[in-house]
Design a protein around this ligand. Structure first.
Ligand SMILES: [Zn+2]
Length: 200
């Protein structure tokens, strides 16, 4: 096992983000440090990070290197120091050993990222509607967007959790389930149309 592999098997990208001051929300999303981001666009995962806005992505070593302007070797040394890792010991002795990772294909990771993007876009809308269209007086008829937000938020949060958490295999299975129907596609078309309408 190479030094880089040892480090990556001992710590997750999410732990690296947290170590260096990022505060992932319950979906693992943080504000991206690599572009001007005032709304969390970057997903921190076990083995990689990905920014849905600027496309920045990589593993734990890449993240550290980019954050501190280091080369990969220096980034590895910084991680070993900051996490108290002993590169000469097998990973079982390293702190915070994540469950063994069995690899997914690039396509599976792409499916997971796609599902999360569609779901979180829709969730953003729902959260927005819940505030923007809430009735101000008891007599006011309920806005249908407010009603949709009330009905859908929990379901969509649950779906997002299924794709965002668990082992890579569980996430891939959840993404495959979502993609096997037309639900996600409908959601994407709808969210895109609504986003356009909002801009107009
Ligand atoms: Zn970014």
């Amino acid at each position: 096992m190479s030094l880089y592999q040892k480090i990556k098997s001992a710590i997750t990208v999410r732990q690296v983000g947290e170590m260096y001051g990022m505060e992932p929300d319950r979906h693992g999303m943080v504000c991206c440090p690599f572009h001007s981001d005032n709304h969390p666009s970057m997903m921190l995962n076990e083995s990689y990070y990905y920014c849905f806005a600027c496309g920045a992505n990589g593993d734990a070593i890449d993240l550290t290197a980019k954050l501190f302007d280091l080369n990969p070797r220096q980034a590895a040394e910084k991680l070993i120091h900051d996490f108290g890792l002993d590169p000469d010991k097998p990973p079982a002795n390293a702190i915070a050993l994540p469950p063994p990772k069995r690899g997914l294909t690039d396509e599976q990771w792409a499916d997971i990222a796609y599902c999360l993007r569609v779901l979180t876009d829709y969730l953003d809308l729902l959260h927005d509607w819940r505030e923007r269209y809430k009735p101000t007086t008891p007599e006011e008829p309920l806005d249908e967007r407010f009603v949709e937000a009330l009905h859908m938020t929990e379901t969509v949060e649950h779906l997002t959790d299924c794709v965002a958490f668990g082992t890579p295999q569980q996430k891939a299975a959840a993404a495959a389930r979502l993609l096997s129907g037309s639900y996600l596609l409908m959601l994407e078309e709808r969210t895109d149309r609504l986003a356009l309408a909002k801009c107009a």
